[in-house]
Design a protein around this ligand. Structure first.
Ligand code: HEC
Ligand code: HEC
Length: 544
């Protein structure tokens, strides 16, 4: 990374810098002035799962502050990568988004993920301190020039990378959107909604701000005139991100003589300056101002270049193949698994990677490392990287405080129990991944791994059976509960052959049943199953 402007380095030479001088305020585009109210609105939008058409994914779902702005779920969320096969070397630890679905909320089978949440093809980097970057994303495709997502007109000629980035996820069919979703749909969708309706533990100031309003009235209050428009949504979220500045790690404090690093961390820093800071210059203590950060794109060779061409996808230049944006390292210890593909589960493994001279690279700064990074050095650097954690980020304290998402709370559906195999030995498998809040017109429930073309019934009960593995019992006729009811599926399962079929039911959740849990299980007509039926595992669907 190169600093474009170092405005007060001269001052820093004369007097020790103060904490506020380590990271000066980030650049703000003149077309989107930063106001406290706009940032607060952006905070509500960032943490609102209602920004997704499925009502199940917020920006914050994939960008958790306790994880340094990245995603705790990545360890267990696998994208099969270039070869489309899971459990091979090119797998990517990404972020689960939405089940592929149409504008009515019907699931549409995805070639890679079926009717399960799709996983991004890269690991989520952090929105924290992203405000300093001239370009965003691992390949920098979110450029400083921000264009209106509907008209394509340039809205911000400079410093608009955050705005450019935000335009992406809400219309991404993998991350937050239905097939063909546009920004006009998003704005229209949001207007009547109650902000943060699905979240709880909303920070006091944020709760007071949204109190009793719809997005339409909040937008009017913040912008001074009515209108929930795409640009206003994007501007608000970008403004919020410009407040996500992390500069109070122990390393930062040590720079202003408000604390010291341990001897091991200091040794790590020294080693880091020698071997790493040539690329990772954001923690170069000789440069106290960041100004706008022009990130460099480098290839340390995590994977062969053809799998993910990185920067080449943006520039078209083969020399940029497999180059990725050099990530800022503040809070890096919270952000595992590491690298653009989440392939290293520990920082020690990252250091081992560098100690071997990287992977598929010929970058001189990387291939020169072997021999210069002893086991002790690696441990020292890992310790130093730990000193880059800002405790306000780790503990989600202001400005990193935030609501708890639906997906993190008690109202998440759970799949449990065992089921019975049908044709091909496949056990039908319940898919219950959407929030069942009162008024949700498309809380779609589904089953996969059934016999293609088979008929289904979806059985509901208000009681789970005493047998923990089954809701309704495998013999439904024996386990009659007074609350049992069934939804016959009018259409046979889509798909062909044993295990390849899936069926779905769009359940409209009535209001007024908050606190009730609906239990469900799928029955499939399958000649190979016991009594001519295969049975899915069960699911619990908390209504709220
Ligand atoms: C489904 C998960 C998911 C959702 C939802 C999501 N992101 Fe991301 N985000 C990612 C991934 C993955 C990347 C990296 C993609 C790439 O580089 O190609 C990313 C990249 C970013 C970056 C770039 C950081 C950098 O250093 O380059 C920012 C900022 C960001 N997201 C903010 C947001 C905001 C704001 C929203 C909501 C409007 C959002 N994200 C929604 C997964 C997600
Ligand atoms: C040639 C430039 C270069 C050098 C030298 C370099 N890095 Fe990196 N580093 C990168 C790039 C580029 C990435 C992102 C690579 C990717 O994900 O494919 C990265 C990623 C990382 C990550 C993972 C960050 C994350 O968010 O996942 C860590 C940690 C890291 N480097 C630490 C180090 C340490 C420690 C050293 C010195 C031993 C070092 N780097 C040397 C360029 C460099």
């Amino acid at each position: 990374m190169k600093r474009l402007a170092v405005p007060f380095l001269a001052v820093a030479v004369l007097a020790p810098p103060t904490l506020s001088q380590i990271l000066p305020p980030p650049p703000v585009p003149s077309g989107n002035p930063l106001t406290a109210a706009k940032a607060m609105l952006g905070k509500a939008l960032f943490w609102d799962e209602q920004l997704s058409s499925s009502r199940s994914v917020a920006c914050g779902t994939c960008h958790s502050f306790a994880r340094g702005g990245s995603d705790a779920r990545s360890m267990n969320a696998i994208h099969p990568g270039f070869d489309a096969v899971v459990r091979t070397g090119d797998d990517i630890h990404g972020s689960p988004g939405v089940v592929r679905h149409d504008a009515q909320g019907r699931f549409v089978r995805d070639p890679l993920f079926g009717i399960r949440p799709q996983v991004t093809g890269r690991k989520a980097p952090s929105p924290i301190n992203a405000a300093y970057a001239v370009e965003l994303f691992w390949d920098g495709r979110a450029s400083a020039v921000f264009r209106d997502p509907l008209s394509g007109q340039v809205v911000l000629p400079a410093s608009g990378a955050l705005e450019s980035q935000i335009a992406g996820p809400p219309v991404s069919e993998a991350e937050m959107g239905h097939l063909g979703r546009s920004w006009a749909d998003i704005a229209a969708d949001l207007a009547p909604l109650t902000p943060l309706a699905l979240a709880d533990r909303v920070p006091v100031a944020l709760a007071a701000f949204v109190q009793g309003q719809t997005y339409a009235s909040l937008f009017q209050q913040v912008y001074g005139s009515p209108g929930v428009t795409p640009l206003r949504v994007i501007f608000a979220i970008a403004s919020y991100e410009r407040t996500l500045i992390s500069d109070q790690s122990r390393f930062d404090l040590s720079l202003v003589n408000q604390g010291t690093l341990t001897p091991q961390e200091s040794r790590g820093l020294l080693k880091f300056r020698g071997l790493c800071a040539g690329c990772h210059s954001d923690v170069q203590p000789s440069v106290l101002s960041t100004g706008p950060v022009l990130h460099e794109y480098r290839n340390v060779g995590v994977r062969p270049g053809l799998e993910d061409r990185g920067r080449e996808l943006v520039t078209g230049d083969p020399l940029d193949r497999a180059r990725f944006k050099v990530p800022g390292l503040r809070n890096v210890a919270l952000r595992g698994p590491w690298f653009h593909n989440g392939s290293r589960a520990t920082l020690a493994a990252v250091l081992d990677f560098y100690a071997l001279g990287g992977g598929f690279t010929n970058d001189p700064l990387v291939i020169n490392i072997p021999g210069q990074l002893s086991v002790q050095d690696r441990a020292d650097i890992v310790a130093f990287l730990g000193a880059l954690t800002d405790p306000r980020v780790a503990n989600e304290l202001p400005p990193f405080d935030r609501p708890r998402l639906w997906s993190e709370g008690a109202n998440v559906p759970a799949v449990f129990g065992a089921g019975n195999a049908g044709s091909g030995g496949f056990v039908p498998s319940s898919v219950a991944v959407l929030p069942a809040f009162g008024g949700n017109a498309a809380c779609t429930l589904a089953v996969d791994r059934v016999l293609g073309g088979s008929g289904q019934a979806l059985l509901f009960d208000l009681l789970a059976s005493g047998t923990p593995s089954l809701v309704l019992g495998q013999n439904v006729h024996l386990a009659m509960s007074p609350f049992l009811f069934a939804v016959a599926m009018p259409r046979p399962a889509q798909g062909v052959g044993p295990g390849n079929g899936f069926a779905q039911h769009r359940l409209a959740i009535p209001s007024g049943f908050a606190g009730t849990t609906l239990y469900g299980q799928w029955l499939t007509l399958d000649p190979q199953g016991p009594n001519g039926m295969a049975i899915s595992d069960a699911f619990a669907l908390p209504l709220f």
